[in-house]
Every structure is written in C-alpha cells, then in structure tokens.
Write a protein that binds this ligand. Structure first.
Ligand SMILES: NC(=O)C1=CN([C@@H]2O[C@H](COP(=O)(O)OP(=O)(O)OC[C@H]3O[C@@H](n4cnc5c(N)ncnc54)[C@H](OP(=O)(O)O)[C@@H]3O)[C@@H](O)[C@H]2O)C=CC1
Ligand SMILES: C=C(/C=C/[C@@H](C)[C@H]1CC[C@H]2C3=CC=C4C[C@@H](O)CC[C@]4(C)[C@H]3CC[C@]12C)C(C)C
Length: 502
C-alpha cells in the first residue's frame, strides 16, 4: 500500500471511530485562511496535515492528482515543472486545495473558468461512516456537487483531480484607469468580451478613481514592456504599484495607451500576498512610523498573508475587522459600492468578476452557488476589508446590515468570513432540501452542518459582573490593535499551536 492509501485508511478509521461515538468533528490542517473563529478542539479533529503531496502531474491529460493540504504556492511550483498551471490559482499562497474546494474561492481567471471548485474533475472522499468513495461529474455526481462549498459537512476530502492548462513564462498585465464604479463595470464587461484576455480584476481606490487590469499569458512580452516582480522584500506591494502606474498614466493624458508590465507567473498569482491586498495598511498605521517604505522592507516577513492570518487569529481580531467578499449581479454593483461607501466609507475595494460554472459544465449546480447563482451566471465579487467598530454589538449589527443589503440585491456572500444569518435566512440562500437529502443519502447527518460551521455565534454583549479597574484597563488595552496585533505577531512567530483548544 502506498503512503497516500495508508494515510487515508488511518483517517477513515478515525472518522469511523467518531461516527460510532457520535463525535461532531472538524477538519484541521494546521492553519486556516478563513477569518472565522473556529473552535478546533484537540480531541475532535481530523488532522489532514499529512495529506500535503502532489501525487502526479499528467502532461498528456493535463491533470494533477493532489492531496487536500497542498497549498497554492506548492501546487503552482509542481505543475509548472510540467509547464502547466491550474486555471484558477487563489491569490493567497497558503490557501489549500481542499479548503478552496470545500470553501468558496475565486480569482481573476474566474470570469472564464468559474470558481476553484469548477476546475476539479473528481474527488476521493471519506464519508461519515468511514467508507472511502469517489465522486466526479459522472459518478456520485450529487455528492461531487454537494461537497463543493459545503465546508466538509458531507465527508473528508482526501484526494482531488485538477484540470490544468498550458503555462507561459509571464502574465502581461495592462492597467486601464477608470473614474467611477460604473466605468469600472462597463470597462470590465467590454474587456471580458475579448477572448484573448485570461485574467481580469479591478481595484477601486475611491468613488472617482480605479483601475481595471487585464492579463494575457505569454512567453514573449511586447517589446519594451518592463518585467515587474512582487514576491521579494524590495518589490512594491501590488496595489501601491497599480495606484502609482495609473497616476503616472493620468498625468500623460486621457488618450495614452494603458500601462503594461510583464509579471512572472508566481509573482502574478500571489501579487496581493505581501500586505494582504491592502490589509497591511492597518498594521502599519498602528505599528510603526511614517517611513512606510522602510517599515515595509524591514517587517516584510510579517506582512505575508500566512503570518498575518496567524497573527490575526492569535490576537483574536476577528471580532474587530469587517472582512467580507460578496458576489452581486453586475447590474447591482454600483448600488452595492454606493451602499458600502455610505455605510463604511472604506477604500480601496476589490472587484473580481466570477462565473458560476465552468464552460465545460455550464449546467452544473453546486452547493457553493447557493440558490442565488444559476448555472453559468456572471457575478462581481466585491471585497471589502476594514476595521469595524470596537463596540461588539455595533460590529455585529454592521455585519447584519451588509447581509441584508446583499440579500436585497440578490447576491451571495463568501462563507470564509464572519456570518450572522438566522437559520431561516441562511436556508433561503442555500438549498436546504437538497442538502438534507444528500446528508441522509451519504450518512452525514451526524457531522456538524454547514450552518453550524459557518455562523458566528454572537457572544454576550451585556456587562457581566462588576467593571473592576483591572477589567476596564484590560479591555481598553486589549481593544487596541497595536497591543493585540503585536501579541498576535509574537504568538505567530513563537507561540506554537494556538488554533487548537484542549
Ligand atoms: N481568493 C479567495 O478566494 C480567498 C478565499 N479564502 C477562503 O479560504 C478558505 C480556504 O482556506 P484554507 O485554509 O485552505 O481552508 P480552511 O481550513 O479555512 O477550510 C475551509 C473549509 O473547508 C473545510 N475543509 C478543509 N479541508 C477539508 C477537507 N480535506 N475535506 C473537507 N472539507 C475540508 C473546512 O472545514 P472545518 O470548518 O471543519 O475546518 C472549512 O469549513 C476558503 O473557504 C476560501 O473561501 C480566503 C481568502 C481569499
Ligand atoms: C495581522 C494583523 C492583521 C491582519 C489583517 C489586516 C488581515 C488578517 C486577515 C486578512 C484577510 C483575510 C481574508 C481576505 C480575503 C481575501 O479575498 C482578500 C484579503 C483578505 C481580505 C485579507 C485582508 C487582510 C486581513 C484582514 C494584525 C496583527 C496587524
């Protein structure tokens, strides 16, 4: 028996043990790219951290057999050896193949290929009773579609076959400046019609300034196109670079050609990693000096999302930051952005068009699409990430307001972030009947449900007990980012395992 089969047999035996004892377990691989605060208890987890290998890359069929705990950067490194790349590579290098499939993940190629789960051909999955089954577009199709986005609540995924496409050395990226949300949407729609465009996303820096970026895969960039990297300490953070480029372009005048750079593939895919899009802005505001260029250089290690996520969780900052990725119909983006500006006033915002399914399976309906996104429909993912109010009740109510607005606009929110829906609201967005049938058919009723997994249980907001001086000082001090953030960075660097509770 090979190492993979042995590891899966071990997991299957453990799952069966939990099943027999009625233990509702969680799936844990050593980290998480979710901002939810997950109660991982040491004795109630299935540890998939050992399943971290790319088993094969088939050059002929253009597929890869990958274990779920393979991260995006490792996946890319391995497939590029065969001159192939995944059609959708999530932009944070630590996101795993299993988490990306079982959660909901998209990127700048998703307008073409759909979200990450659309690029998977088949699965090996351990069901709740410990049996190991396969699911694909043609066998156990309902399980295959149901497992996409239902957060491991139908079983533990132990192997995935990924479709790949031909790689090139560079992504040649063009920067199209825009002056309003409306223009950003119209420009994106126009550019998406060009079949040679492989990648498209946009940053709105304010209500009157933004940039739509389109990418082409190429081995031979257009002459005089500068090569630009983003992964080294001395490289610029991507959004700052984009903002500078369009400012320079604006100075040149309206009619000038869009600015262009050629970016090596890994640098393109993980261009937002350093500084976590613009999340690092907040860290700098609190941590350091006005000399941000120097600070960015010196603190580079801590400004990669892998470390930032650990720091974020270790410091317990989840209840202070508004982190939401929301997909809304294209016709509603302007209204949604206006709403966000009026209610949060937080810029920049990220726009990324996302298709519900892939062109090869346009009729597929997966759990990740909910009841909102029908088949091949195109939506715009709007990413809004900022500091929320310190008062917890206000923080929850602000999140609830965003949920209500998204519901009104017929959108869908990514479930990796905090969610506060009531059960009734949640099951309007996802197909309860289908999900419960599936859970019954595949014996998963004993596992935690997707609702149980993703909903943040509001904590007590009332003042319990006496407000002693110590309590008051503690809450004041801890409530400030420099203190809790630095503590998180310290724990991420030296604190060992803190995501697991006893
Ligand atoms: N660009 C993007 O699209 C971005 C996406 N993300 C989010 O990050 C998440 C992925 O992060 P990552 O750290 O890899 O994953 P996580 O550990 O956060 O897992 C995501 C979900 O998938 C479940 N899961 C994880 N592994 C398996 C498995 N082997 N079998 C079945 N279910 C599994 C987890 O279950 P459990 O709850 O039990 O742990 C969890 O509910 C996605 O949810 C995605 O939405 C974050 C940032 C950006
Ligand atoms: C480490 C600290 C703070 C960190 C935050 C600024 C980041 C922690 C989690 C980050 C994010 C989570 C999920 C995201 C979804 C993606 O689609 C885009 C990026 C992001 C919004 C990302 C943004 C930054 C964080 C909020 C403290 C200790 C200073």
């Amino acid at each position: 028996m090979n190492d993979h089969d042995a590891a899966v047999k071990h997991i299957a035996a453990k799952v069966q043990g939990f099943h027999d004892r009625g233990v509702k377990f969680r799936i844990y691989h050593g980290s998480t790219n979710s901002t939810r605060t997950s109660p991982y208890q040491k004795d109630k987890i299935i540890d998939t951290s050992q399943l971290n290998h790319v088993l094969t890359v088939d050059k002929e069929k253009k597929t890869a057999l990958v274990e779920p705990n393979v991260s995006m950067d490792v996946l890319l490194r391995e497939t590029m050896k065969a001159n192939l790349v995944p059609p959708v590579v999530m932009e944070l290098p630590g996101i795993t193949v299993g988490g990306g499939f079982a959660g909901m993940s998209g990127e700048s190629s998703s307008f073409k290929h759909g979200i990450f789960d659309c690029t998977i051909n088949s699965l090996e999955i351990v069901l709740a009773n410990g049996s190991i089954v396969h699911a694909s577009h043609t066998s156990n199709q309902d399980l295959f579609n149901g497992a996409a986005g239902s957060c491991g609540t139908l079983g533990v995924i132990t192997l995935l076959e990924l479709q790949l496409i031909d790689a090139k050395k560079y992504v040649e990226l063009s920067y199209h400046p825009v002056s309003s949300t409306k223009e950003a949407i119209e420009k994106s729609e126009e550019l998406m019609r060009d079949p040679s465009v492989e990648y498209i996303d946009a940053i709105l820096f304010s209500s009157t300034s933004g940039v739509v970026m389109t990418g082409h895969l190429t081995d031979a960039p257009t002459p005089n196109t500068p090569i630009q990297t983003f992964l080294r300490r001395r490289d610029p953070w991507f959004y700052i670079h984009a903002q500078r480029l369009i400012a320079r372009q604006r100075k040149k005048g309206e009619k000038s050609e869009p600015a262009r750079v050629a970016i090596p593939l890994p640098d393109y895919f993980f261009r937002y990693d350093r500084g976590a899009f613009w999340g690092g802005l907040h860290a700098f505001k609190y941590f350091m000096t006005p000399f941000n260029r120097i600070t960015r250089y010196l603190l580079d290690h801590f400004m990669h999302t892998r470390v930032m996520f650990h720091a974020f969780h270790a410091a317990g900052l989840g209840d202070q930051t508004i982190v939401q990725d929301v997909a809304v119909p294209l016709s509603k983006v302007e209204e949604f952005v206006k709403y966000l500006d009026d209610s949060l006033g937080s810029w920049p915002l990220w726009l990324c068009p996302v298709r519900g399914t892939s062109p090869s399976h346009p009729d597929r309906q997966s759990f990740s699409q909910g009841t909102r996104v029908k088949g091949d429909q195109l939506l715009m993912n709007v990413g809004v990430w900022c500091m929320g109010p310190k008062d917890y009740a206000k923080f929850v109510s602000m999140n609830r307001d965003i949920e209500a607005e998204v519901e009104k606009l017929g959108g869908l929110k990514c479930l990796y972030a905090h969610a506060y829906y009531t059960e009734e609201e949640f099951w309007k967005i996802y197909d309860r009947e289908w999900y419960e049938e599936l859970r019954k058919k595949y014996g998963a009723e004993g596992l935690p449900s997707v609702y149980d997994k993703v909903i943040s249980k509001p904590r007590e907001t009332g003042d319990k007990g006496k407000k002693t001086l110590v309590r008051r000082v503690k809450s004041r001090v801890w409530g400030t980012w420099p203190i809790s953030g630095l503590y998180g960075v310290y724990k991420a660097a030296f604190g060992g395992e803190y995501l697991l509770k006893r």
